[in-house]
Design a protein around this ligand. Structure first.
Ligand SMILES: [Zn+2]
Length: 573
């Protein structure tokens, strides 16, 4: 600063100096001015920063002490943070689930946290139909009690609750996660299977942990979330959390199927959590081993697990003349084009009831596992007076493992022989009937009713009526049967066919096995000599693009099938 003043006072005599020296003086003066300004700014910002830090710290202490009031009683749990509804901005609603007396809505939202920052959260809103409805309150209370205990890496943390009104209560859950399904879609072939298996093993750990706290989880394929950073499973953000830990077995199986197929079919099997856990571990091992070393043994192991990965079945209901189980062919529109194959092993297992049925409860189908008793299949159902019970039971004939192996082993060859795309090939995976039974309970008081499914007849149909209801667990006791009058009992029988296809990811696995010469290609014998029928036609046309199938070829194959259909049926049995 001094220099500036000097410049002014000394300027009268310095004017006589040479021009260059004046320039030097000016430059030096400017430099010093600049330096002084920088020093000033630095000292100012340091001071400001110290002051601001003090202020922020003080505010943190203040908010912490006002937010988390530690209860006086040492045994009392911490209070759950109340988040004012006005601090929550709703972005969109992702799902809505209607239960009796209450609607549960999930949505993405932004919350203003104590530092004043916006934070992405998931909001689960419990909306009661009316304010004196107990169900909504119970569901809400039970869920927050359960969530307080979920201090585990696999679970999304509850940040607090918000009571918007007497009707609407909300649970605020941390967000910042990505959809597991969409993540898996970005992976191809083996990498996809490895990650899917890894996620399922983490799922098991999550269910085990939930089980220790008396809880369970169920959700759709889009409800399975991973942490955005390390792709760790992070369940509980979406979906339903409840106290049915005995259901964790079929629920983890359902989660596997839903994540694989990208749909929300009801799909739980009858295995326990630990049985499923075992399978997931082995599944993961088989994929890992093949990934590490391409040996014949590892190839065989991987091939044995293909059944688990082949989902995305196509289901067709109400078909009058269904194809038989174990047939291989392709579909164009509604037409089924079977490939006339001759097999020397059984293709189908006998028609029987699946042990797991589905019960309509609180707006959702849930698995219930039955038992076999004296030739009947029995399901036990808890019931309350005046309740309507809906039960979906399934009669199915499954393909055998042999025809499944044949399908995967031969698919590349079959597609080539018939000039069709491998992805268009189908195996008739199972056929049968969906049998829906419904019962309206009278006002009589009893805690449980039993549904008995009569065994299917040998000619492959379902008896009429397909089953009966009883008040006692013994099918042969006729005294306790609930007699069917039209108003009380209803049945519906719908024929079903399920086709299995080879999706892109499985195809890459099959091609990988083939490339290493480890694909178990079976002997394929067509029901006629293919050299004059199909093969010659393929070589005639030599279509450069095997996906394009000339119409004539398909018709040809179909004619072949109709000619040899009798022989084919014999060879099936
Ligand atoms: Zn009885």
């Amino acid at each position: 600063m001094k220099k500036v003043e000097q410049l002014g006072t000394e300027s009268s005599w310095k004017r006589t100096l040479r021009a260059s020296s004046v320039q030097e003086e000016t430059k030096e003066c400017l430099d010093r001015l600049n330096e002084a300004f920088r020093m000033y700014m630095l000292q100012f910002s340091l001071a400001a920063d110290t002051k601001l830090t003090k202020l922020v710290n003080a505010m943190q202490v203040m908010t912490l002490s006002s937010n988390s009031t530690i209860p006086v009683d040492r045994t009392e749990p911490d209070e759950i943070r109340r988040i004012p509804a006005e601090n929550i901005t709703f972005v969109d609603e992702t799902s809505c689930q209607r239960m009796r007396g209450c609607t549960i809505r999930f949505g993405n939202a932004r919350m203003i946290d104590w530092t004043g920052h916006q934070r992405a959260v998931i909001v689960k809103r419990f909306q009661a139909m009316d304010t004196c409805e107990d169900r909504a309150r119970d569901a809400f209370d039970a869920e927050i009690e359960l969530r307080r205990d979920l201090l585990h890496a696999s679970f999304a943390r509850m940040l607090g609750i918000s009571i918007a009104s007497r009707r609407t209560k909300m649970i605020v859950i941390e967000a910042g996660a990505i959809s597991a399904y969409h993540y898996l879609q970005t992976l191809s072939g083996l990498e996809h299977f490895l990650e899917h298996a890894r996620i399922m093993c983490e799922f098991v750990a999550g269910y085990r942990f939930l089980g220790e706290h008396g809880g369970s989880w169920r959700g759709g394929y889009q409800d399975v979330l991973l942490s955005a950073q390390d792709k760790r499973l992070c369940i509980g953000g979406l979906g339903r959390m409840d106290g049915r830990c005995e259901d964790s077995g079929w629920r983890v199986n359902e989660a596997f199927n839903r994540l694989r197929d990208g749909d929300d079919w009801i799909a739980g099997g009858s295995w326990s959590l630990e049985e499923n856990a075992d399978e997931f571990e082995r599944l993961r091992k088989s994929a890992t081993k093949w990934n590490e070393e391409k040996t014949a043994e590892n190839a065989r192991d991987l091939f044995d697990w293909l059944g688990w990965w082949s989902g995305s079945n196509e289901i067709e209901r109400g078909t009058e003349t269904p194809p038989t189980v174990g047939e291989i062919g392709w579909r164009d529109g509604k037409n089924w084009n079977p490939i006339p194959l001759v097999h020397h092993f059984p293709l189908a297992q006998p028609l029987q009831y699946q042990i797991n049925a589905f019960r309509w409860r609180e707006g959702d189908w849930e698995t219930i596992v039955g038992t076999q008793i004296e030739g009947f299949t029995r399901w036990s159902i808890d019931a309350s007076p005046g309740e309507e019970i809906y039960l979906g039971t399934y009669v199915r004939s499954y393909r055998t493992n042999k025809i499944f192996d044949f399908f995967y082993g031969s698919a590349l060859s079959l597609a080539k022989d018939f000039g069709v795309d491998v992805a268009s090939l189908r195996l008739v995976y199972r056929t049968g009937f969906d049998v829906y039974a419904c019962l309206t309970i009278s006002n009589e008081q009893f805690s449980a009713v039993y549904y008995f499914a009569c065994p299917p007849t040998p000619d492959g149909t379902v008896p009429d009526p397909p089953g009966f209801w009883s008040r006692c667990p013994y099918p042969l006791c006729s005294d306790c049967r609930l007699h069917a009058d039209a108003a009380q009992v209803g049945f519906e029988v719908v024929p079903v066919i399920e086709y299995q296809k080879i999706n892109d990811r499985l195809l890459s696995l099959v091609q990988d096995l083939d490339a290493h010469d480890f694909l178990p290609i079976p002997d394929i014998s067509y029901a006629s000599d293919p050299s004059f029928a199909t093969i010659s036609e393929v070589s005639d046309q030599q279509a450069p693009d095997p996906i394009i199938t000339p119409r004539g070829k398909k018709r040809h194959a179909k004619d072949l099938f109709s000619i040899f259909s009798k022989r084919r049926k014999v060879s099936n049995s």
